[in-house]
Design a protein around this ligand. Structure first.
Ligand code: SF4
Ligand code: SF4
Length: 429
């Protein structure tokens, strides 16, 4: 009988599978330990703990990668810093890669050599997932999304009933008994992919109504917890449900709701996973759609309908990771009277502390709130009455830091803000 592999052996095998040119570079001696990334990480800024600086976290994994791949280690292990992987290392990786890194990419933008620290830590996440050491809740959430597809009939009636209730609310809101929230409509122009929760459907439905858009929902939501686990099998499977629906319904575009990681997965990762099966549709964020509607006059907005001061939080996945910086600012310029930038912003913005799946892990709430302090300070300094974030994860975290640090601001989504500002036209185009 074949002998069971130890956790360390399994981890080494997984690390080997994931070894690539980009990891080789990120885990090489490219990092000169200059320390410039240290105070760029919100964890360090909040705690002043050097052990949770980007370089210190990455070094834990880098030493093991060098132990496997740097030939110099055989002669000068002390010089390369290489070390053999142990189970204790893996337990420390859970802290470094899952608990103490939100994968925000701010350290990369501020490293003069472009060392990809989050790639090193994401590799550790993938290894930990493969050996069963990833946070259980992330695994459960990813598996629940897959189970939904496998048990679609079970969910269908309940979901359609909920959508009917929302549709009635929409009709009341826009004063039109013909207003619809369509599900599974073949030939619609957009497949809009929300998250679970009416707050990601209602403002979008109202905006689509006023734009006279041809759109539909499917049975699936956008969240992809597989990506937080760096588990390509689960992530691909979760995204594939949406891709297949888009193909079945013959839509022209997939529009992702206000969710940073879901957009980044669908826009940047999925095309790599499905490169052998080219699509006939494109993927956009609802941010891009709202911006287009306003710029082209397809919806009319009146900024006096949002008469309070507003600041904007650049979600790491939409901003630094996807370059959506101008779209939200054009929308804000059209929809609010008093917009106040937080400092720093755009690619230098601080993570709210909730990215990388952390908002879903209650046992790490303390460090998550502590790491959210730089964001709380940024918001407070603007003096704004509301903070807008175009990502549900960020909004969840902002809601918690609002309470924790007594900011007394209103936390809003961009679609909610746009829906507030719309000048009704009863859906007539
Ligand atoms: S990751 Fe870049 S900024 Fe950080 S210590 Fe290494 S070289 Fe310096
Ligand atoms: S990716 Fe963000 S959270 Fe992770 S080490 Fe870099 S700056 Fe810190």
């Amino acid at each position: 009988m074949e002998e069971q592999k130890t956790v360390v052996e399994q981890a080494k095998e997984e690390l080997e599978k994931r070894f690539s040119r980009t990891l080789a570079v990120a885990a090489s001696n490219l990092c000169v330990h200059c320390g410039l990334c240290v105070d760029q990480c919100h964890y360090f800024v909040a705690t002043r703990d050097p052990n949770i600086s980007p370089v210190a976290k990455a070094e834990q994994v880098r030493r093991v990668v060098k132990g496997e791949h740097d030939w110099l280690r055989r002669i000068f292990p002390w010089w390369t810093g290489a070390k053999e992987l142990t189970e204790e290392d893996l337990d420390k990786w859970v802290e470094a890669a899952f608990r103490n890194c939100s994968m925000c990419q701010r350290c990369v933008v501020n490293c003069p050599l472009g060392v990809d620290t989050p790639l090193v830590l994401a590799t550790a996440r993938g290894v930990l997932t493969a050996v069963g050491k990833a946070p259980e809740i992330l695994v459960q959430l990813a598996d629940a999304a897959i189970a939904r597809e496998e048990n679609l009939e079970f969910f269908k009636d309940f979901y359609l009933e909920q959508i009917k209730e929302l549709e009635a609310e929409l009709q009341k809101k826009v004063g039109d008994p013909e207003a619809r929230i369509p599900v599974g409509v073949e030939g619609a122009r957009f497949l809009y992919v929300p998250l679970s929760g009416a707050h990601t459907i209602m403002p979008a439905a109202e905006i689509f109504y006023h734009a006279g858009e041809s759109w539909t929902l499917s049975m699936f939501e956008a969240a992809n917890y597989g990506i937080f686990l760096n588990d390509p099998v689960r992530s691909k499977r979760i995204t594939e449900r949406i891709i297949r629906e888009a193909e079945r319904l013959k839509v022209q575009e997939i529009i992702i709701t206000e969710c940073g990681h879901a957009y980044a997965v669908s826009r940047w990762e999925a095309p790599k996973w499905f490169k052998d099966q080219p699509w006939n549709f494109r993927v956009r964020s609802i941010l891009e759609v709202m911006d287009e509607y306003i710029q082209t006059g397809r919806i009319q907005v009146d900024k006096s309908r949002n008469p309070f001061s507003v600041t904007y939080h650049d979600s790491c996945n939409l901003g630094r990771n996807s370059g959506l910086f101008d779209e939200p600012r054009r929308i804000l310029a059209a929809c609010v009277e008093d917009f106040r930038e937080m400092t720093p912003n755009r690619e230098r913005n601080y993570c709210c502390g909730g990215g990388g799946g952390l908002v879903a892990i209650p046992e790490w709430q303390d460090i998550r709130l502590e790491a959210g302090k730089p964001k709380a300070d940024q918001i407070r300094a603007t003096g704004a009455e509301a903070v807008v974030a175009s990502c549900d994860n960020c909004r969840h975290q902002l809601g918690e830091i609002n309470e924790h640090y007594g900011l007394n601001v209103r936390v809003m989504g961009m679609a909610e803000l746009v829906a507030n500002a719309i000048v009704p036209n009863n859906g007539k185009k």
